[in-house]
Design a protein around this ligand. Structure first.
Ligand code: CTP
Ligand code: MG
Length: 393
């Protein structure tokens, strides 16, 4: 007869959510975090604890990539591991995982894949603390002062000393958890976590100290916090670029400059509308992103830009930067020339340029050159632009 020394444990890692609040365009568990997926980080935490059966609940349609992640995390370990498809709600996903728990498992842990950086020690501590009659959750003391609201009116203070913020994994005696899930299904009740569902069935739940690292990745700021904790997370440096442009006065029609038309002013000559302010901005942005220069993307080899106005250039440039992973922080432009006089239309020019750049902050200043040089003689204008861009996280 074999005597089992340690209870047999299964862990259900729920990863079937869509990650709406993260808004990364993919299920949250599959979003990249420092070169691996959120799920893979969570699995590393699990596989760093004692041996258990691992069941990952995958988003429908993503079972194969989840299985690949699981196989990778399990390489060289040979733990019992499987993937099941999740449901509409977290509770349904846990229920799907429960159905795959081995008959012999005495303890079941339920863990959010979204708590990607949960330390193995926390998984281990929960596994070690579950008893045959009580569940265990890790939780942290609440640090904020809490208020109860009635609409936007503060109705009452809340004593935070009796409150704790629940984390996962949450561990339960298997038979009682099965019964609690069956009861919730019968009653058609939804709970926000397994401890609430277990407690609603009359099961006692105790609390152990959680970990700051076990926070749930919910919003883009949480993902950035996880990156920082992983050490890759020196916030990505912003980048700057500079661009200049010079155009001579000449040609027919009205002047176009800084994205607006200047009726009655002498036009500037050029392949497009000669808008030296827009062209300097484009060069500054392209250079900040390391994407070459205006001649390469909009030069005479691109006849579609002949006669084009600033917005055509700027909108395209903003899109190129977005595709390369950059958001535009701010742009500062200085115009040198006798005419036109910017002061009366500065705000209008800034608004037009900003609108073409997706709302980025743009400021325009102007100066004359005391009669010196080609700008001072009124032969043309010179513009310098500096752009600051930020890698998107
Ligand atoms: N989860 C799940 N099945 C669902 C909903 C959630 O397995 N139908 C999982 C998530 O994958 C996550 C955990 O439950 O690991 C906690 O849920 P949450 O943080 O709310 O994740 P999402 O539901 O994906 O995010 P959101 O609510 O922003 O859409
Ligand atoms: Mg959710």
């Amino acid at each position: 007869m074999t005597v089992q020394q340690t209870p047999s444990i299964a862990i259900i890692v729920v990863a079937a959510g869509s990650g709406t609040r993260l808004g990364a365009g993919a299920p949250k568990a599959l979003v990249a975090l420092d070169g691996r997926s959120v799920l893979r980080h969570a699995l590393d935490g699990v596989f760093g604890a004692r041996r258990m059966q691992v069941i990952v609940v995958a988003p429908a349609g993503h079972e194969q990539s989840v299985a690949d992640e699981l196989a990778d995390a399990n390489r060289g370990r040979g733990w019992r591991a499987s993937v099941v498809t999740g449901g509409e709600t977290r509770q349904q996903s846990v229920a799907a995982g429960l159905a795959a728990v081995d008959r012999g498992a005495e303890i079941v842990l339920v863990h959010d894949a979204a708590r990607a950086l949960t330390p193995p020690a926390q998984v281990e501590a929960v596994a070690a603390s579950v008893t045959s009659d009580a569940g265990v959750i890790p939780a942290l003391a609440v640090v904020d002062t809490l208020k109860r609201l009635d609409g936007d009116v503060v109705a009452a203070a809340v004593d935070r000393s009796t409150l704790a913020a629940a984390q996962t994994p949450q561990g339960f005696p298997r038979a009682a958890l099965d019964a609690a899930y069956a009861r919730a299904l019968d009653a058609g009740e939804e709970y926000t976590d397994d401890a609430a569902l277990f407690a609603a069935a009359g099961g006692p739940v105790r609390c152990i100290t959680g970990s700051e690292r076990a926070f749930k990745i919910t919003t883009p700021a949480d993902l950035q916090r996880a990156r920082m904790l992983l050490g890759s997370g020196n916030p990505p440096l912003p980048r700057i670029g500079v661009g200049t442009d010079v155009h001579a006065f000449g040609g027919e029609g009205d002047l176009w400059l800084a994205g607006i038309e200047w009726p009655g002013e002498q036009p500037l000559s050029g392949h497009s509308d000669g808008d030296a302010v827009a062209h300097a901005i484009v060069d500054a942005l392209l250079s900040a992103a390391g994407l070459g220069d205006i001649g390469q993307h909009f030069g005479t080899a691109h006849p579609e830009y002949a006669g084009a106005h600033a917005d055509a250039f700027l909108v395209r440039t903003e899109r190129m930067l977005a595709e390369a992973g950059f958001a535009i922080g701010s742009v500062s432009v200085q115009f040198q020339g006798n005419r036109p006089r910017f002061s009366a239309r500065r705000a209008e020019a800034e608004a037009a340029l900003s609108a073409a750049l997706g709302g980025a902050s743009v400021s325009v200043s102007a100066t004359t050159t005391d009669g010196l040089g080609f700008t001072g003689r009124g032969e043309g204008v010179a513009v310098t632009a500096v752009a600051l861009i930020v890698p998107r996280t």
